[in-house]
Design a protein around this ligand. Structure first.
Ligand SMILES: [Zn+2]
Length: 390
């Protein structure tokens, strides 16, 4: 009797010890990712760094009070807001925003940039899908490390999810987890859950600053039909169609489609409906997001090469081409930047009274030729007050 009691106690102690041996190092990794300070260096064009809560006090002291980088030429003109990191598992959108902050010098009008529009979603990945926690970009001075993220806000910041997410104000029913999806909670509300509050904060900012052009950077899986395209609100359709034609006649194919009028919560629908800004979403290809992908690692995230996705393409299951060269991060960031630039140029053609001009935006051909890292600045070489941590 005594022996079996002793044995069961030993078994319990061993089980608890094994459990702790798994949970402590695992938890430490998750905490290190959540608390990692991601450097953004202020380029020569940045005149001010504000917080989203400067326009919307109801996001102060939340994980989503992200930095808003202001590039003000001092010359009256139009204004543009570019947001990266709506979906932090789409790194080209984030890195495009970083290249704007670190390189662009405005010469007419004003540019606002959010690198981490949903900061909370950048503090969690998908361990169950074996996502890498970080990714590194090789630069002229070494590596720059960025947080990999998820599509949805961190449940630690937004819990519990409802049984069904009732979109405000349309009352459209959406999947429960999309109450944490920054591209399903527009236009948001100040007393909603954190992701709804974040989109409402951007709406308030867009109105207060009279933003003319709103661009939401994304990437898409090749199995999804909305890819290599600009999705535009109907008010912005002429500008988007011209940009699509000019790009497709030149360096690369970029389509254009209308934002569905009855599908609510998306940025290109609600920003266009609730503000005076012309709303655009850019989607470039990211094989990492495809469900049929192989090993889900940093190499796939950055190089975009995958034999299984290629096989899906051979079977006619994809909406974009892929070959053994894949879709690397240089191509994806480059296309995003060149598309933003073309939208700005076409907007200036239609609305010459609201010009936005600038220098030194790295374009697709530059980035593909020189590598993305060539356009990232060295935080160690910058003045301390010219480095911001996201
Ligand atoms: Zn996305």
């Amino acid at each position: 009797m005594a022996d079996s009691k002793g044995n069961s106690l030993v078994i319990k102690i061993v089980v608890v010890a094994l459990w702790l041996a798994l949970i402590i190092p695992g938890g430490r990794q998750l905490a290190a990712h959540r608390n990692y300070e991601e450097a953004v260096v202020l380029g020569p064009g940045v005149t001010e760094v504000k917080k989203l809560s400067d326009w919307a006090p109801y996001v102060a002291n939340t994980p989503n009070d992200c930095s808003i980088y202001v590039l003000d030429s001092g010359v009256p003109g139009g204004s543009m807001l570019v947001i990266g990191g709506t979906h932090p598992e789409e790194p080209a959108g984030v890195l495009s925003a970083v290249t704007i902050v670190e390189n662009v010098v405005p010469t007419t009008g004003k540019i606002y940039v959010a690198v981490r529009a949903n900061r909370s979603a950048s503090t969690v990945t998908r361990p169950g899908d074996a996502y890498p926690q970080f990714f590194n970009i090789n630069t002229d001075f070494g590596k720059r490390t960025f947080r990999m993220g998820d599509r949805w806000s961190n449940p630690l910041d937004s819990w519990p999810d409802p049984e069904v997410y009732v979109h405000y104000p349309s009352k459209q029913l959406l999947a429960y987890m999309d109450v944490r999806n920054l591209n399903r909670t527009w236009p948001g509300r100040p007393d909603g859950m954190i992701t709804e509050r974040t989109t409402r904060a951007f709406i308030d900012m867009i109105k207060a600053e009279n933003i003319d052009i709103f661009v939401d950077n994304h990437e898409a899986e090749l199995e999804y039909s909305v890819i290599s395209t600009i999705v535009a609100h109907q008010a912005a359709a002429d500008v988007a169609a011209m940009a699509s034609m000019m790009l497709s006649a030149g360096e690369f194919n970029m389509g254009m489609e209308f934002s569905p009028t009855l599908l609510h919560g998306l940025s290109h629908r609600e920003v266009g409906d609730h503000t005076d800004a012309y709303a655009f979403e850019i989607e470039v290809p990211e094989p990492f997001l495809d469900r049929v992908r192989g090993i889900t690692d940093e190499a796939l995230l950055l190089e975009g090469k995958d034999e299984f996705v290629m096989r899906a393409g051979q079977a006619g299951l994809l909406y974009e081409k892929i070959d053994e060269n894949g879709w690397n991060i240089h191509e994806r960031v480059g296309r995003t930047n060149s598309t933003i630039d073309m939208i700005v140029q076409m907007f200036a053609m239609f609305y010459p009274d609201k010009p936005i001009t600038y220098e030194s935006l790295p374009m697709r051909n530059d980035i593909v030729a020189n590598g993305l890292g060539h356009y990232l600045l060295d935080p160690a070489q910058a003045e301390a007050d010219r480095v911001v941590y996201e």
